[in-house]
Ligand binder design. Structure first.
Ligand code: KIV
Ligand code: ZN
Length: 525
């Protein structure tokens, strides 16, 4: 393999793997994972800090909200290449180009299905018409940027000859990255790798472009397929934080990055991922979406570095290498440490936030977070890093909410009736309501409904402790459903009922954003 010259990256060495993150597009597309503009911006900044090379910020034509998010991310990011997805039609590509206008470095990613099944049933197009659409879409996209990626949707189930023809046509039309998705997660590693070997052998110009792998996890093989593709010459991997994405998800960024780092002997390739920022980014995504990763999830699950069995603990004490193939610190796990006390000032708090990897936080969010930290330090004997992260993420993701929590007074216990008196700030006006209910949580949620009437149904109510101990902060997730739309909200507080109210209000705010998003025909990806 040789060095490739790429319009956005210059000389790309044979052992350099470009990380293309699609958390904000493929990840965000899956049910319950939608994010509003501020949340996407916060994630995009975290992805840039993580060292991601290309950030797929959204699908500009999908809705006004998607367009605005791609545009805002394009305006904000200085380092990473910002990308928008587009189907092959001109309107899609034009929308992507318009949204990306402010970007310092931009990419248009256009795709069309190439498998017999998709062409016949989904597109209802003849192969020759699809081939023409490949040429037209890439040619049109090149009018706006030199960095154009073309994807063969359902590429892994495409007939080899036709795939070669499409790839050759895309390269001739000016595509600089060729992506082969395993759209339905059907491929197995050897077979997926063989597709790239074939393209390199048979397609003229394939050695001058970046080949890319995009794997879904329906059979749990997304990361294995991606690594096999790297071995077969792929220089770009498409992935998401925590492996979120359509159905069973996409290949998990953190797993690919750590596999490359830990098994460099087996896969001599490097990414630019700053691995110590992995856990932070994973937690931020969990806070924003309300979906925690499973405890045994590789790299970022809370048990990923836990050693319970006595025999393992004994081995670890003698030599960490007995049961640990990488250090928890290398991916950003830190031992819980006492951080600040109730006498700590704003400067120390700001300093701590810097240490925890928060870049710029708006003054309002900082003030609110500081006030909450003071209350937390009063309520809790010890304040851990995890507490600060939960609290600040909670504050940052709420900075632009229309409905905000002000106060809650609850009468609970066995004598009843359980009652809640709640104050909310709704678009700058503080209103209050009192309600009884079947328990304090029900009373609180009813009071929210009185102050802000809505039709949504409660689908999930979940409570976790952020740290150990009876004075730990509670982290609550609330899932609401309205007309088939699902949203998850999160709240953290030492008082479980306050955390519950915050989580419900967060979900309501997300629902309002979702109502504004008028999706066109569901984008297939
Ligand atoms: O899975 C898929 O095929 C996709 C493409 C649009 C890249 O997400
Ligand atoms: Zn996909």
């Amino acid at each position: 393999m040789t060095t490739i010259t790429h319009p956005s990256f210059g000389e790309v060495a044979p052992d350099r793997v470009i990380v293309f993150d699609t958390t904000l597009r493929d990840g965000e597309q899956s049910p319950g994972f939608s994010m509003n503009l501020e949340e996407k911006l916060r994630m995009a900044e975290a992805l840039e800090d993580l060292g991601v090379d290309v950030i797929e910020a959204g699908f500009a034509i999908a809705s006004p909200g998607d367009f605005a998010s791609v545009q805002a991310i394009a305006e904000k990011l200085q380092g990473a290449v910002v990308c928008s997805l587009a189907r092959s039609g001109r309107a899609d590509i034009q929308a992507a180009a318009d949204a990306l206008k402010p970007a310092r470095r931009k990419r248009i990613h256009t795709f069309i299905s190439t498998s017999p099944l998709h062409m016949k049933y989904k597109l209802q197009m003849e192969p020759e018409a699809v081939l023409q659409a490949v040429i037209d879409s890439v040619t049109f996209a090149r009018q706006f940027t030199d960095d154009v990626e073309w994807s063969a949707e359902d590429g892994s189930r495409t007939e080899p000859d036709f795939l070669c023809r499409c790839v050759e046509a895309a390269i001739k039309a000016g595509a600089t990255t060729i992506n082969i998705p395993d759209t339905v997660g059907y491929a197995v590693p050897e077979e997926f790798a063989a597709i790239f070997t074939m393209l390199r052998e048979r397609v003229p110009g394939a050695d001058k472009v970046i080949l890319s792998a995009h794997c879904h996890n329906d059979l749990g093989l997304a990361v294995a397929n991606t690594l096999a593709a790297i071995k077969a010459g792929v220089r770009q991997v498409e992935c998401t934080i925590n492996g979120i994405g359509e159905r069973a998800g996409n290949a998990a960024l953190e797993e690919i990055a750590m596999a490359l780092k830990t098994r460099h002997d087996a896969m001599p390739a490097d990414s630019a991922i700053v691995t110590r920022n992995i856990v932070r980014t994973s937690k931020l995504l969990a806070t924003i979406t309300g979906f925690d990763v499973q405890p045994n999830k590789a790299i970022v699950g809370r048990n990923a570095f836990a050693h319970e069995a006595g025999i393992h603990q004994d081995g670890m004490l003698k030599h960490a290498g007995t049961y640990e193939i990488m250090t928890p610190e290398s991916v950003g796990w830190a031992k819980s440490s006492l951080v600040l006390g109730k006498h700590s000032g704003r400067a120390a708090f700001r300093d701590k936030l810097k240490q925890l990897g928060y870049g710029e936080i708006g003054d309002n969010a900082l003030n609110d977070a500081f006030q909450r930290f003071k209350r937390l330090a009063d309520a809790k004997k010890v304040v851990f890093d995890e507490d600060i992260v939960a609290l600040v993420d909670d504050e940052v993701v709420r900075a632009h909410d229309h409905v905000r929590f002000v106060s809650l007074d609850v009468h609970a216990g066995s004598k009843g009736p359980q009652r809640a008196v709640l104050e909310l700030d709704i678009d700058g006006e503080v209103r209050s309501a009192e309600s009884t209910g079947d328990g304090p949580v029900d009373a609180t949620f009813k009071a929210i409904r009185m102050l802000f009437p809505h039709e949504a149904d409660l689908k999930l109510y979940q409570v976790h402790a952020v740290t150990e101990g009876t004075d730990a902060q509670a982290k609550v997730t609330v899932r609401l459903e309205e007309k088939g739309k699902l949203v998850d909200g999160q709240g953290a507080d030492t008082d479980t009922l306050v955390a519950s109210a915050r989580a419900y209000i967060h979900a309501l705010n997300k629902l309002m954003v979702k109502r504004l998003r008028t999706a066109p025909a569901a984008p297939a990806a």
